[in-house]
Design a protein around this ligand. Structure first.
Ligand SMILES: [Zn+2]
Ligand SMILES: [Zn+2]
Length: 300
């Protein structure tokens, strides 16, 4: 019995792609003509920021790459926040992402837009595959091989086991807030749609773009075999994750925006946790290490 190695059925994956989109459409229809109200926008922005930080700081920099250490309750909170993005259980997410780093842009990479593709049609198919299609494939990342540490971690295992609960809470919470602030059922519905489904839709496509767009469009200042790119648009939108080529060059670094013109909100949160005594052993490469890896002495 290896329950933890079972990924979500394809129907459930399809539903997590389609339902948030339907929620976004419903939210737009309900707000049509009068524009999005302040409460709905606030819930959308706050819940989206929470979900993105859960993925970038929690799932990615803490669980996948061990870029810093923290206390158990912060690890649990960040992993719950990431689970609320509804893009897979933490075990599955981390196993897939570690496999991506081991096999970047080869046939073994779970979501390369480039491996085995050529021509315009190949590029288009590669984009769709890396953005969404790979989640519907039969390819699985072996948990025993990729995440033995997380399977032993009782805090992460706890969050992983109750993934459905966190997913649901992430939708119920903004609905409850909408109801409390507006005092009407319409307020609850708008909170559910804007802070719940529309936010999940936005966070999905923003973070999935790191797999697709950030392996196609952008600069590559470092020597590397993979096709990862630094993409400024997603550097801003995905709270620093768009500096994805930097990340492939320095996988364990807690800081992805390695140069002063590359803002990295996720790293700011890690620095804040560090200042509060809640994070330590924060991994960041030295200036010399960064310079030594630049391919031509230029940077960007
Ligand atoms: Zn990574
Ligand atoms: Zn990558």
């Amino acid at each position: 019995m290896n329950e933890v190695n079972v990924s979500a059925p394809k129907g459930a994956v399809l539903a997590t792609v389609i339902v948030p989109f339907a929620g976004l459409v419903a939210a737009i229809i309900l707000s049509w003509g009068k524009g999005i109200d302040l409460v709905s926008f606030g819930l959308f922005a706050a819940l989206s920021a929470m979900r993105i930080l859960g993925i970038t700081v929690g799932f990615h920099r803490l669980l996948t790459h061990k870029s810093f250490k923290t206390v158990p309750w912060v690890k649990v909170v960040l992993t719950v926040m990431g689970s609320m993005a509804i893009e897979g259980k933490p075990f599955v997410w981390v196993a897939d992402h570690r496999r991506h780093h081991v096999h970047s842009d080869t046939e073994e990479d779970p979501h390369s837009p480039n491996a085995g593709r050529s021509g315009f049609l190949g590029a288009l198919k590669g984009f769709v595959h890396s953005h969404i299609g790979w989640m519907l494939s039969d390819s699985r990342s072996d948990h025993a091989r990729y995440i033995p540490d997380l399977m032993r971690d009782r805090h992460v295992s706890f969050v992983n086991r109750h993934f459905a609960l966190w997913s649901a809470l992430g939708l119920i919470f903004p609905a409850a807030l909408g109801f409390l602030i507006e005092g009407t059922w319409t307020g609850a519905l708008l909170g559910f749609l804007w802070g719940g489904l529309a936010s999940v839709f936005f966070v999905h496509h923003t973070t999935w773009s790191i797999n697709s767009v950030c392996h196609i469009f952008g600069s590559r200042p470092f020597r590397s075999k993979d096709q990862s790119r630094n993409n400024a648009f997603f550097g801003y939108l995905a709270f620093g994750e768009g500096w994805h080529h930097n990340h492939h060059a320095f996988e364990r670094s807690a800081k992805h925006g390695l140069f002063w013109w590359q803002p990295d909100v996720s790293y700011l949160l890690i620095r804040l946790l560090e200042a509060l005594g809640l994070a330590w052993d924060v991994v960041v490469p030295s200036q010399e290490e960064v310079k030594a890896k630049l391919s031509s002495g230029r940077s960007g």
